[in-house]
Design a protein around this ligand. Structure first.
Ligand code: FAD
Length: 390
């Protein structure tokens, strides 16, 4: 069996290993001068490569059908991923469910993959130039039994995923779902310069213009001048882009003190005002939020008016922001891409249903995960399944 893989990133390298381990002769084409450039910048250089809580509901797709994703995760779950890397000499460590190499360096993951490629005598052609792929498994005029497109999307373009994979797919006649940045900061209509740099725990709910909750998240929130960053914001960004991309309005409601219910927070304020009668409202909130955030939350509230506590509860527990459609086309800060090859276009092994011998893996597929090792896992899982020729 002759297998050709386009792209030596996360999914392509694992495809190559799975194919070669199952007896195939493997050639990998990579248009950069080196492999796995994106892996090196994952997890702040520590590479959070899978998650203990690997579930289909941690992924977004244009398709509501989660069965396909469930099928992939059943065949290559978090234990399979960990075992795979252990088989390459990577000892692992866990933090809040996220699995990392024990060395805490992405470099060791890249090296482990390349050392296995060397052992399996996989041929990697770097600086390969523009690749032509046509039906029947033809790459640059040579026929292969299996061609695996593993080009990544168009996040972190300097690492090599420059969107040329989509061009290959379009030339083959594959229709793509709209492409949006995912795991990217939320851009707001409101200016948040006043609370720039603050970090707090929050939960977010994403609403469409009809008031339906479309997505939600929990985690660290980091406001910046033009919006909201941090895991909590990034996790709902692909759903937000999907709404805004259709020309609709989208809103985020932030709960900036998720440890309390509305009533509990109100009681906390009453109790604090009894314990500290000499304090003003800002001073009463001291210890619950960073100072900059207290100023921002309290500033619009007139404590002389009756019912100001309700206003405070609304401001803290149901703080509403409107999203700007400026985020829809800005891939410069995104960690992955939403949209791509619809999962209805591939079979359970990631083979294109309408294009014999051609497979699509990783970020090119219309599946994006939340933060925490889900996207690398998806790249490795689809790569492994498509590459395994056994
Ligand atoms: C800053 C950052 C941090 C991240 N952190 C994490 C994390 O901690 N955990 C996590 O799970 N995910 C993380 N991700 C996401 C994760 O890196 C990607 O989801 C994953 O790398 C996608 O794998 P892939 O194989 O589809 O694409 P890539 O890893 O991007 O690989 C694609 C490869 O194909 C090559 N290529 C592209 N086009 C062509 C072509 N036409 N011809 C030949 N070669 C081509 C590219 O040069 C590249 O080598 C992060 C992403 C970023 C940007």
């Amino acid at each position: 069996m002759n297998v050709c893989i386009i792209g030596a990133g996360a999914s392509g390298l694992v495809s190559a290993i799975a194919a070669a381990r199952s007896g195939a002769l493997v050639t990998v084409y990579e248009h950069k001068e080196s492999a796995a450039n994106k892996i090196l910048i994952t997890g702040n250089g520590k590479c959070n490569f899978t998650n203990f809580f690997m579930k289909a509901d941690r992924f977004h797709s244009s398709s509501d059908n989660k069965k396909w994703i469930e099928g992939i995760l059943e065949r290559f779950g978090n234990a399979d991923c960990t075992c795979f890397f252990e088989s390459l000499g990577i000892k692992t460590r866990e933090r809040k469910g996220g699995i990392y190499p024990y060395s805490d360096t992405a470099e060791s993951v890249k090296s482990a993959l390349l050392l296995e490629l060397r052992r399996l005598q996989v041929k990697v052609i770097y600086n390969c130039g523009k690749i032509s792929v046509s039906d029947g498994g033809i790459v640059n005029g040579t026929e292969y039994d299996r061609v695996i497109l593993a080009c990544g999307g168009m996040s972190a373009k300097k690492t090599g995923s420059d969107g040329s994979g989509y061009e290959i797919l379009r030339k083959l006649g594959v229709s793509l779902t709209p492409l949006y940045p995912a795991l990217t900061p939320l851009v707001l209509k409101e200016d948040l310069s006043g609370i720039k740099g603050v970090r707090c725990e929050a939960s977010l709910a994403l609403f469409d213009e009809k008031g339906n909750i479309v997505d939600d998240s929990y985690g660290e929130l980091q406001p910046y001048e033009s919006g909201l960053s941090g895991i909590c914001a990034m996790d709902i960004s692909s759903s937000a882009c999907r709404i805004l991309g259709r020309g609709r309005r989208a809103f985020v409601e932030a709960d900036l003190l998720p440890i309390f219910s509305d009533d509990e927070f109100k009681r906390e304020i009453v109790s604090r005002s009894e314990r500290f009668p000499d304090r003003n409202l800002s001073e009463l909130l001291n210890g619950l939020f960073p100072k900059k955030l207290i100023n921002y939350l309290v500033h619009p509230i007139d404590t002389r008016k009756p019912g100001f506590e309700d206003l405070l509860v609304a401001n803290v527990k149901h703080h509403r922001f409107e999203l700007s459609d400026a985020m829809v086309s800005d891939f410069s800060r995104s960690q992955t891409v939403a949209g791509g090859v619809p999962i209805s276009a591939v079979d359970a092994n990631c083979g294109l249903i309408e294009h014999e011998r051609i497979y699509v893996v990783g970020e090119l597929l219309d599946v994006d995960g939340v933060c925490g090792g889900y996207n690398l896992h998806f790249a490795f899982a689809t790569g492994y399944i498509a590459g395994d020729c056994g």
